[in-house]
Design a protein around this ligand. Structure first.
Ligand code: SF4
Ligand code: SF4
Length: 442
């Protein structure tokens, strides 16, 4: 049965919908004790997961049952916050119908980052994932809600062609929408009534970990969870668009070594050897030694240090991201000590309540609980062949080909880690360039 499920998931091009797009057929091809469903929806403003848990409950549970069966897990636990009471109700009803007795629910506290998979594993199971490790090392697979929905559809031979996206911020009608992969951001924002302000930037993802889009033509991918329209000077946007050199200059000049970034760092609280204030000490990161910088490899880039902890408006997150790039370029990895991390005694008291975080981010006014408003129908989609972890897919269509929604357009290179790509609308292939396939309506 495992081979059957893995093959169907692979064939449908399912990837982790909540992160960087790790190919799901690889993730579920493992023996684990527990499958956790990450329904924390811990990034402020993003609401598609609670929506799916409430309105597509059966499909999500069916996907979970398949992963439990595939991995041989003893249980599959849907983790969500009590404030999403309708979703909890729907999940409770679906669990009551589950014949396997393996599907359960866990109510999470409302803090950030409850959805960091290492924090989630600790909260639900009391297990701590090793430094630079993955949940598999403690017998757990963590799956995103939309990934499970896509797994259920994959078992019906329906490939991944759409993405549920929260559109919010300065738009006329904040909403959750179903969007064909490859639809440009401006079409999605237009569907939500368009922007309310003339000068704005768009955050792809949540306010904490999302990135600011370079332009509005950027297409939605399998991992796009939200599009947030904000003024350029907004708290959330300003530091995301700061030049890397400026980040270094500010860090070098203004860090007062108060260590609040370390005190509130979720990975430090789990007992991992990450001390962002120490990383800030080096006056010039390019000159300091490798050993003093390696801790940056343990950073999840959750943004708490940048957006909540630091009184000097410094971004340890960005500094860590820059160091990680440097180390990756040199092929340097974290050397595990093999020691079991010891959680900080104040761990639970130091997680950040979501409401306080939203106040600090100045996004409370955008917390409008949007509802599902249907499906976007673009005339043209630009589908990246590289929207997952691993090797880019290669095109298996040619310019001029007619394709139907769901047709295979990108295949995984032989023996490589990757994900298949499918047409998200009916139409004709207009171009294949810059690693993307453009399909236009006929
Ligand atoms: S972004 Fe900051 S708070 Fe989050 S894990 Fe990295 S150093 Fe810690
Ligand atoms: S919180 Fe800010 S000022 Fe304090 S040690 Fe960290 S980076 Fe420096």
């Amino acid at each position: 049965m495992r081979d059957h499920i893995v093959e169907k998931v692979k064939s449908a091009g399912v990837v982790g919908a909540g992160g960087a797009g790790f190919p799901t057929h690889v993730k579920v091809n493992a023996d684990v004790e527990t499958v956790l469903v990450n329904g924390a929806s811990c990034e402020p403003l993003l609401m598609s997961d609670p929506y799916l848990l409430e309105d597509e409950t059966e499909l999500v549970v069916r996907g979970l049952e398949a992963v439990v069966e595939c991995t041989g897990a003893k249980s599959g636990i849907i983790c969500l916050k009590g404030k999403h009471s309708k979703a909890m109700e729907a999940v409770a009803q679906a669990i009551a119908k589950d014949k396997t007795g393996k599907i359960k629910m866990f109510e999470l506290k409302d803090f950030y980052p409850a959805g960091d998979e290492q924090v989630l594993v600790r909260e639900v199971l009391g297990k701590t994932v090793p430094e630079a490790g993955i949940p598999l090392q403690v017998g757990v697979v963590v799956s995103n809600v939309e990934s499970l929905l896509n797994i259920a559809l994959a078992l019906e031979d329906k490939p991944v062609t759409d993405r549920y996206v929260t559109v919010t911020g300065e738009v006329r009608k904040p909403m959750i929408v179903k969007v064909p992969v490859g639809t440009s951001a401006d079409v999605v924002i237009g569907y939500a009534g368009g922007p309310l302000i003339s000068d704005y930037r768009v955050v792809d993802g949540g306010p904490m970990m999302g990135r600011v889009l370079e332009n509005l033509n950027v297409p939605v991918t399998k991992t796009t969870s939200g599009l947030i329209v904000l003024p350029p000077e907004h708290n959330v946007v300003a530091r995301k668009i700061m030049e890397p050199a400026k980040v270094r200059r500010i860090t070098n000049m203004t860090c007062c070594q108060c260590s609040q970034c370390t005190d509130l760092c979720p990975r430090n609280l789990l007992g991992h050897a990450l001390h962002p204030h120490k990383l800030m000490r080096a006056f010039d990161f390019t000159q300091s030694g490798v050993e003093s910088k390696k801790e940056a490899l343990l950073c999840s880039e959750c943004g708490i240090c940048e957006k909540f902890a630091c009184p000097m408006m410094i971004s340890p997150r960005e500094v860590n991201a820059q160091i990680k790039k440097e180390l990756a370029a040199d092929g340097i990895r974290w050397d595990s000590t093999g020691e079991k991390p010891i959680n900080h005694p104040f761990r639970e008291d130091r997680y950040i309540p979501t409401k306080r975080l939203m106040q600090r981010l100045d996004v409370i006014k955008y917390d409008t609980h949007p509802v599902f408003e249907g499906e976007v129908s673009p005339d043209r989609v630009v589908i990246s062949l590289n929207q997952h972890i691993g090797a880019p897919s290669f095109a298996v269509v040619s310019v001029g080909d007619t394709v139907n929604k769901g047709d295979l357009i990108g295949e995984i290179p032989e023996n490589a880690l990757g994900a298949r790509i499918h047409a998200s609308i009916d139409g004709q292939v207009e171009s294949i360039e810059n690693g993307s396939v453009t399909i236009g309506n006929l």
